[in-house]
Ligand binder design. Structure first.
Ligand code: ADP
Ligand code: MG
Length: 702
């Protein structure tokens, strides 16, 4: 069945409404591009003011065209777009690209104009790119359509490109052309009034010519749908997204650790990570990665060989390789023997191989061949610094020659300098060998390929559903809502979370030291005393937590000190009472959290807990619902992961238990979308299920 975007990307007949013979107009540029690129179908310019455009018969309106039309490209003044769409509707045209501007982007009346436009599009069952866009193209030889007004001629290839910015789109096309990055389909999305980035992703995924997707994004319309779609696509085609960080004006007032740490950019980052999308923050980086992905095979592993004619760059490259999480390949004895024979005595035959400044093009050729044969090498980073006697073009020539025979390993190059290496750079670009200015960019590209490859090989994981008492938790939330409250008290939090399988440290509410002493003797362990007050969010901040109290004397003293400290730090605080808790010993403090993101939905946080969470910021985020693999990754990505695994003879904690609790929290978050923020801090973890307990928690509702 044909896709409903086919009329836009695979049209047999195109009407260019507003096509013009006047040079310098967009209507002329579109006509010119369509003709110059050699469109396979038929072009019908529509313009009541002229009889022909660039040698093609021109029609006063689409209704005058005798044949049926698949795509209308509209470049008329904004006031006429509505009428033109009606005519297209009457004509039965299903694909629309509105280049014209003057819609939502100008605010005011533009917003209303766009709303009406979308209404028309829906009414006629059309699909529309734009308005306020630069156009589209498809280089598929059977279509060969360039309906966009950027001056650069498209280069055929396999990159699907989506741009949210028109102006940047034009720049990107020019640079892509220069770097020999061939594009299959290009869309400038404009205002995304009908067709969204998500719709395009789905279409590009189906497109056989496309095997890599690059996106320039300013905003996500529906990140949850993006997550679903991208998860499926990245198993097959890599997606690289330039998404500038959204620096929110003014920190948001959050009353929880999770809320404070989960800003919208962190959330987007987590979301992209979760679906295997490679995020870059600059267009430059997008091209650095794009070159490698488009023109080289994915490396089989992370072992990199560095081949250079100068020591300094070799060291920089080595540092970059290691800091990007890759490793330096260890050559076989045979490789080192052969390199020894080939290179002068002063050269270094170990990885990084420094052939020293006397190395000429033949040294590059032979050394590269030797290294590529080594089974311990997955990818090679070739560095060339202009010495006096060797020309970059000759070295480039030899690299091209070697690679024409070895297409199975990943090779990236770095020609350092400017004037002296221009011709070499050009040669490599022309032959689709990724070439970089500095070794760091080359290492970044290799690392991105490795990251993607690892993601693709990873198991999908499953979203577990635990048997829980949903009704019980529901009843708690209903009661809080009924009473018009926004936060749950301790016993409500305990009831709700216990219904989802969480264990709590044993505790009671007391009014004085004597009651605490009685409870302590009952428990037969040391206790913790905490102040209870609606006014106090973080109790330790005001000296409101006293831990590991063993004797009556210690307990009495703790009460007295706490009283004084709170009077000093927070005289107005209303003290409702005290919580006495069993002291949990030997556990590690972690934090579990939920933050409701307005667009992404519930975001789950896990990390190193305790009173310093915001300072240490050793936390990770994922969008709920989470799979077991997501949960495991969250844990493994922490800096303090080794602490959980146990260092210096410490007992390791049971990671599987944490994986389970993260998923339980994910289920809780998914079941109750009224939760605005939740903190469990600390959540004590250890090596058996019965000692993993909630010690302190807060839940705020929307
Ligand atoms: P708040 O976060 O309001 O300051 P917490 O109840 O989280 O108060 O206590 C602060 C810190 O005190 C915890 O991070 C933990 O180190 C310690 N603590 C509190 N309760 C216990 C307990 N029951 N067992 C062990 N340590 C505890
Ligand atoms: Mg706490």
């Amino acid at each position: 069945m044909p896709h409903n975007l086919d009329p836009i990307f695979k049209p047999k007949r195109i009407a260019v409404i507003g096509g013009s013979k006047k040079e310098g107009t967009l209507g002329h540029k579109i006509m010119h591009n369509l003709i110059r690129f050699g469109y396979e179908g038929i072009i019908y310019p529509v313009n009541p003011k002229t009889e022909s455009v660039l040698g093609l018969k021109c029609y006063p309106s689409v209704l005058d065209i005798p044949e049926s039309i698949d795509l209308a490209v509209i470049i008329v003044p904004k006031e006429y777009v509505g009428d033109v769409i009606d005519q297209c509707g009457e004509k039965g045209i299903k694909g629309i690209v509105v280049i014209s501007a003057g819609f939502r982007e100008i605010g005011g009346e533009g917003i209303e104009r766009e709303r009406k436009l979308v209404e028309q599009i829906r009414k006629y069952n059309m699909r529309m790119v734009g308005p306020n866009c630069m156009g589209v193209f498809n280089t598929n030889p059977e279509i060969h359509m360039n309906a966009n007004f950027a001056p650069a001629q498209p280069l055929e290839g396999h990159i699907g490109f989506i741009s949210q910015s028109g102006a940047l789109g034009a720049v990107i096309l020019e640079v892509a052309h220069h770097l020999q990055l061939g594009i299959s389909i290009f869309t400038s999305m404009g205002n995304k009034a009908d067709i969204s980035g998500n719709d395009l992703l789905e279409y590009y995924f189906e497109d056989e010519q496309t095997n890599l997707i690059l996106m320039y994004l300013e905003s996500f319309g529906n990140p949850r749908r993006f997550l679903q779609i991208a998860r499926k696509i990245t198993k097959d085609k890599p997606i690289i997204v330039v998404k500038a960080g959204t620096t929110e004006a003014g920190a948001k007032a959050a009353s929880s650790h999770t809320g404070a740490l989960a800003d919208s950019d962190t959330t987007i980052d987590a979301m992209l990570h979760q679906c295997g999308v490679l995020r870059v923050s600059t267009i430059e980086e997008m091209f650095a990665l794009g070159m490698a992905f488009a023109h080289q095979p994915l490396p089989k592993g992370n072992r990199v060989a560095v081949l250079t004619n100068a020591g300094g760059p070799g060291i920089l490259a080595t540092d970059a390789v290691i800091s990007e999480g890759l490793s330096l390949a260890k050559f076989s004895a045979e490789t080192e023997d052969q390199l020894k024979e080939l290179l002068p005595e002063e050269a270094s035959i170990h990885n990084p191989v420094d052939m020293i400044a006397t190395a000429d093009q033949d040294s590059y050729k032979m050394a590269l061949e030797i290294i590529l044969k080594d089974e311990n090498v997955d990818s090679v980073l070739v560095i060339f610094v202009t010495p006096i006697l060797v020309k970059s073009i000759d070295v480039a020539h030899k690299i091209v020659e070697v690679l024409s025979k070895h297409q199975f390993k990943t090779v990236v190059t770095c020609l350092m300098g400017h004037e002296g290496v221009l011709s070499g750079v050009e040669k490599l670009e022309k032959h689709k060998i990724p070439v970089y200015r500095f070794p760091e960019s080359a290492a970044k590209a290799l690392a991105a390929m490795e990251t993607y490859k690892t993601y693709r090989q990873k198991e999908d994981g499953t979203v577990r559903t635990f048997p829980v008492d949903k009704e019980k938790a529901q009843a708690v939330f209903a009661k809080v809502k009924e009473e018009g409250r926004k936060s749950l008290n301790n016993s409500e939090i305990q009831q709700a979370l216990e219904a989802y399988g969480f264990l709590f440290a044993r505790c009671i509410r007391v009014q004085n030291a004597e009651e605490a002493i009685a409870f302590a003797s009952e428990l037969n362990t040391s206790i913790v005393v905490k102040v209870q007050s609606e006014d106090i969010i973080h109790k330790s901040d005001v000296g409101g937590v006293k831990v590991d109290l063993r004797t009556e004397k210690e307990i009495r003293q703790a009460f007295a000190e706490m009283h004084d400290s709170i009077k000093k730090h927070y005289p107005e605080a209303q003290i409702e009472g005290y919580t006495v808790q069993e002291m949990i010993k030997g556990g590690k403090e972690t934090v579990l959290g939920i933050n409701a993101d307005p667009k992404c939905g519930p975001v789950i946080m896990f990390g190193r807990g305790g009173i310093y969470v915001e300072v240490l910021k050793d936390v990770s985020f994922r969008i709920a619902p989470l799979t077991d693999m997501d949960a495991l990754e969250m844990i493994e990505s922490l800096k303090s992961y080794p602490l959980l695994k146990g260092i210096r003879g410490e007992e390791p904690v049971d990671i599987d238990i944490i994986v389970e609790y993260i998923q339980r929290l994910s289920q809780f978050a998914t079941d109750f979308d009224m939760i605005k923020e939740l903190d469990i801090n600390p959540f004590m973890v250890c090596n058996s299920p019965d000692c993993c307990k909630v010690v302190d928690a807060r839940i705020m509702l929307k």
